[in-house]
Design a protein around this ligand. Structure first.
Ligand code: SF4
Length: 371
């Protein structure tokens, strides 16, 4: 059973109420210094207050405008009339036996003309001196991968820049994080503008000032925005490949019908991954579907000429999906074929399975049970 470290129904109730009230104000979190400068001027503050506010938001990570003490009391009061900082506190957190922590955040997303309230998850994975946060980019997902719990719940909206950054600021380990992966709920390239704006704030000298090498975006291959991501950032990339044969892949990943994985790989072959920037391919191993010698050899042919790593991933069985995970023996055998052909391959350790925090298991529900 999961060790529930923070679970107070009362606390959660009040944080949701507070959040709902605050939602009516505009959020400063997510704005650039230029946008903050405009905001400051509109509130009757001097132009340089924009830079001061950016520093309070992204370097000092304050939770309230009243904490911005180098801005005059009257100025803060005027700002508070229309704005709030916009950091959302997690409403729940559960810790797995291996130390992995799953945080639940309330979000409010616009879908068409309606605003939907829902929950998203961020997972903190400790590993030696590393602490990686796996963040969500959407509430639910519209991509419909059949093996994924997030895909099962449908789409409930794109996260705002503030919603994305709140996950980094709101977790207990915020100041200790070493890496961030966009591998939580949603397809980040389907909410590209907000994900890019968040990455810019994470990497800007006036923002979190992180190296792009600390950030990895994981995608199933939304081709047009993948090309933009490659041009716009220097961050790492992980592609969910899962099957080298188009028809088989389409049977578990409908995205294959829109953007062929062969085109995704061909696009990536145009970029240089021999330096700082890395690309990896995620390959979840389903017994009897994609775990044969034929698949391993096709994967080798597909990735030939590309400097990359293949991560072989154990599958966490979910209801109403016919495949189970491949056995350890088959995974070792598969890995051996890839390595013999010169590819770097790893079998990824499973983390947080007992709290449903592992890959493909995030569904924005409480406490990791009841699925
Ligand atoms: Fe969406 Fe990723 Fe799940 Fe596919 S695997 S449904 S892209 S969250």
């Amino acid at each position: 059973m999961a060790n529930i470290v923070k679970k107070s129904a009362t606390k959660k109730f009040f944080s949701v109420i507070l959040w709902t009230r605050m939602e009516k104000k505009l959020k400063l979190l997510g704005m650039t210094p230029e946008e903050l400068r405009e905001t400051a001027l509109q509130a009757g503050l001097p132009a340089f207050a924009g830079k001061q506010i950016a520093s309070w938001l992204y370097q000092k990570k304050v939770r309230s405008i009243s904490a911005m003490t180098n801005i005059s009391k009257e100025g803060r009061a005027r700002l508070e009339e229309s704005y709030e900082v916009g950091v959302t506190a997690p409403s729940d957190c559960v810790t797995a036996r291996d130390g992995t922590k799953k945080y639940l955040f309330p979000v409010s997303c616009r879908v068409g003309t309606t605003v939907e309230d829902s929950f998203i998850e961020a997972v903190m994975i400790p590993d030696g001196d590393r602490k990686t946060l796996c963040v969500s980019s959407q509430a639910g997902c519209k991509m419909g991968c059949r093996f994924c719990m997030t895909g099962r719940q449908g789409f409930h909206g794109n996260l705002s820049v503030a919603d994305i950054l709140s996950q980094l600021i709101g977790v207990e380990e915020s100041d200790e994080l070493t890496n961030v992966v966009f591998m939580g709920m949603g397809e980040p390239l389907d909410n590209y503008d907000n994900v890019l704006a968040a990455i810019r704030i994470m990497t800007a000298p006036w923002g979190f000032a992180w190296s792009p090498k600390r950030i990895t975006l994981s995608s199933i291959g939304v081709l047009p925005n993948l090309e933009r991501y490659m041009a716009d950032t220097k961050c790492h990339l992980a592609i969910s490949l899962h099957d080298p044969f188009p028809e088989e892949r389409a049977s578990i990943m409908p995205v294959q019908n829109a953007w062929d994985i062969r085109d995704v790989v061909e696009l990536l072959k145009k970029y240089d991954f021999s330096g700082q920037r890395r690309v990896s391919f995620e390959y979840t191993m389903f017994a009897g579907l994609n775990d044969t010698r034929r698949h391993a050899e096709a994967l080798v042919r597909m990735l030939r000429g590309l400097e990359c790593r293949v991560n072989l991933i154990r599958f966490h069985k979910i209801p109403d999906f016919e495949y189970d995970t491949a056995s350890d023996r088959i995974m070792d055998y598969f890995k051996g074929i890839l390595e013999k052909a010169g590819l770097t391959a790893t079998i990824r350790a499973s983390r947080g399975e007992d709290i449903f925090a592992a890959c493909g298991m995030l569904a924005g529900k409480n406490s990791g049970n009841g699925r």
